[in-house]
Ligand binder design. Structure first.
Ligand code: MTE
Ligand code: CO
Length: 392
């Protein structure tokens, strides 16, 4: 801006300097600026028949750093968001345990607690992109993910309190919502790093995220993170329920299906520039920013290309690099105003490299909805507008 800009020289153009502001208690629970009202979760109307069993998307293109604010975490409900009073919440542990037990929330809160930051990605994230570029914006192509700092009790401690019997090998987690959602989880995973979480980003879970308690299953598909948790059954076999047979299995080209594909493979996306976040400043210094994550550990490196994969440059990982958590990457470059083909490619600490769409389709076909972790391309035109495209 110029030095004689009225917004720096003319107090009449700046009413906020001349009148008193809001008192401290104008809003006991704080809200974002009214100028940020466009930063909201959004749905895709044609995706589901009914809003009660549906999904909305995190506005990734508006966010910075690695933490998703609570009010912007995407929601996925199979039977609507349940509202449970904490005093009415109960957790039963039954099956192959020494003592069938029922815990209140107060009981759970007396176990030693831990705090961990993890991403939750729905297995269906990017599922609409299997057969071709479809949705114009990373909110819709990649927004079935959030990254939250959870506080909760290791599931291991609750299972040990109930006493595991020798044959115990699997756990069934059941939700208290109208969907009564259930998933089978191998006992090893439950004893390793699963949590019964009560808090997200320092405050209590939001109702839509499973208040007062949800399962956290780090690095594994979001469907297993049972919300409004009410029962943990210990058994010696998986239960083969709906969400692990007709749903959340990966139909291959030959008609057979992969099942129990729990881990979320390494993935990344450029959030800016992107279709909802075009370049508006013209040529010159430009920041490419995005997010990357892996269910197999940390993200080791992210590479960025501006020419559709001819040349790749290592981006800077910015901020904390945590296990099974979202990472932020940035890459600054001098834009000459020519059209761009932007891509990011992440590599995790397990050595797994994010595949191209062609490479993924060669193995998985195009029948699947779930586990699409392919490289995303944005075509940026000379006006800075970005579009979802595919190149081969
Ligand atoms: N748990 C219950 N009880 N009911 C549900 O509908 N949806 C699952 C999982 N846990 C669901 C549930 C799915 S498919 C996903 S992707 C995640 O919760 C979404 O968690 P979120 O709503 O916090 O984003
Ligand atoms: Co899901």
């Amino acid at each position: 801006a110029r030095a004689d800009d009225p917004l720096i020289t003319d107090l009449d153009a700046q009413p906020w300097t001349q009148f008193l502001g809001d008192p401290v208690d104008a809003m006991p629970y704080g809200m974002p600026s009214e100028h940020e009202a466009h930063v909201v979760r959004r749905t895709v109307s044609w995706l589901t028949a009914d809003a009660t069993s549906s999904i909305n998307f995190t506005p990734l293109h508006e966010l910075e750093g690695i933490i998703t604010p609570n009010g912007l975490c995407f929601e996925r409900h199979h039977g609507g968001a349940a509202h449970i009073a904490p005093g009415d919440w109960r957790l039963m542990v039954n099956g192959l345990v020494g003592r069938q037990s029922v815990f209140t929330l107060a009981d759970i809160m007396r176990f030693p607690r831990v705090t961990r930051t993890h991403f939750l990605e729905c297995a269906a994230n990017s599922g609409m992109e299997w057969r071709g570029a479809q949705l114009n914006g990373c909110q819709y192509t990649h927004g079935m993910i959030h990254n939250v700092m959870y506080t909760g009790v290791p599931l291991r401690l609750v299972l040990e309190e109930a006493g595991l019997k020798g044959a115990a090998a699997w756990v069934l987690a059941e939700g208290a919502d109208a969907a009564g959602m259930t998933r089978s989880i191998p006992l090893d995973k439950c004893l390793d790093d699963c949590l019964i979480a009560t808090h997200m980003n320092g405050e209590r879970l939001r109702p839509e995220q499973g208040y007062p308690a949800r399962l956290v299953v780090p690095g594994w598909e979001g469907n297993m993170w049972v919300k409004w948790l009410r029962r943990i059954e210990v058994g010696d076999h998986p239960w083969h329920h709906r969400e692990e047979t007709s749903k959340y299995t990966d139909l291959l080209a030959d008609g057979t299906a992969r099942r129990f594909t729990w881990e979320m493979d390494v993935k990344s996306v450029i959030t800016s520039p992107s279709p909802q976040a075009p370049i508006t400043h013209g040529r010159g210094p430009t920041v490419i920013s995005g997010v990357a994550w892996s269910g197999r550990g940390r993200v080791a490196e992210v590479h960025v290309t501006t020419d559709g994969g001819v040349n790749w440059t290592k981006a800077r990982i910015e901020g904390p690099s945590l296990d099974k958590s979202m990472h932020r990457f940035n890459h600054e470059f001098d834009w000459d105003g020519a059209p761009l083909l932007l891509q990011s490619r992440a590599i995790d600490t397990a050595g797994y490299v994010q595949p191209t769409k062609d490479a993924l389709r060669a193995v998985r076909g195009v029948n699947s909805i779930y586990h699409n972790n392919a490289i995303q391309t944005w075509a940026v035109d000379s006006d800075g507008r970005a579009e979802n495209v595919e190149i081969s």
